[in-house]
Design a protein around this ligand. Sequence first.
Ligand code: ATP
Ligand code: PRP
Ligand code: MG
Length: 283
Amino acid sequence: MLRIAVQSKGRLFEDTMALLAEADIKLPTSKRTLLTQSSNFPVEVLFLRDDDIPQCVASGVADLGIVGENEFAERNEDAEVVYRLGFSKCRLSLAIHKEIDYPGLEWFNGRKIATSYPGILKRFLKEKGIQADIHVITGSVEIAPGIGLADAIFDIVSSGSTLISNNLKEVEVIMKSEALLIGNKNMTAEKKEVLQELLFRLNAVKAAEDKKYVLMNVPTDKIKDIIEVLPGIKSPTIMPLATEGWSSIHTVLDQKCFWEIIGKLKAIGAQGILVLPIEKMIL
Ligand SMILES: Nc1ncnc2c1ncn2[C@@H]1O[C@H](COP(=O)(O)OP(=O)(O)OP(=O)(O)O)[C@@H](O)[C@H]1O
Ligand SMILES: O=P(O)(O)OC[C@H]1O[C@H](OP(=O)(O)OP(=O)(O)O)[C@H](O)[C@@H]1O
Ligand SMILES: [Mg+2]
């Protein structure tokens, strides 16, 4: 039985639970238990505040944890990154009042910086030789300069809208972050085996992300032209239609280049194009 520590509520909770569900790991839906077992896979889920997840995994109380890279870096605990999950993307940045002319990092010498990430900030400032005063605050960091609590902030930025609404501007990006699956370094061979199965499922889910299954009817004499514009996983499947001179082509397309390719297919003569979601993909 593998124990996975997951954020009990907050930014990571929904995407984490959705990912486990896509990997067909069934968990009871009633939320208020702190430890819950899957009914169809040998894992149990432990719900914690994200701050406590790295330590819990490093100490072996949990075998795995799903946590933001920022929080993992801040805690500096001895666990390993097992898989980069790709959601909850954000960055940790230094920001100052929007009207200040920013000359470069030396501006921070002698300034007071408010943050919930003192560990990462301290390491960064030391590496750059900047002497600043770190003021630890656990939330609403962006308000600090406006109320005279600090000259600058070091916090999470995603869209940047919190900075804008507090009259701040981002001047240095210190680290990029995404959700990570972290693991204890001393897992037993049995647990590692379950982890391999979990990773196999996560890979299948991730590989299918942003991919579409596309079916279309094409004039048989245009098949060669159509294949030239299709970047499918291998070669596309081609089947004759009942109507003489027509064929059906099936392939997988990346969402990113989807519209561009569909346009080209139509121009060549493809018709009746169907686009279906893909749940899992085993490569
Ligand atoms: N605006 C955002 N966009 C994308 N990801 C974010 C954003 N804000 C936070 N995150 C990521 O989600 C993680 C959890 O954020 P959340 O705000 O839920 O943390 P928290 O308030 O510390 O939660 P907890 O109550 O568990 O301690 C962060 O550590 C970060 O990795
Ligand atoms: O660049 P943005 O898209 O505006 O996102 C950044 C904000 O998101 C997070 O706060 P959250 O909304 O989770 O609220 P919190 O203060 O309760 O953590 C983070 O602490 C920033 O304040
Ligand atoms: Mg937290």
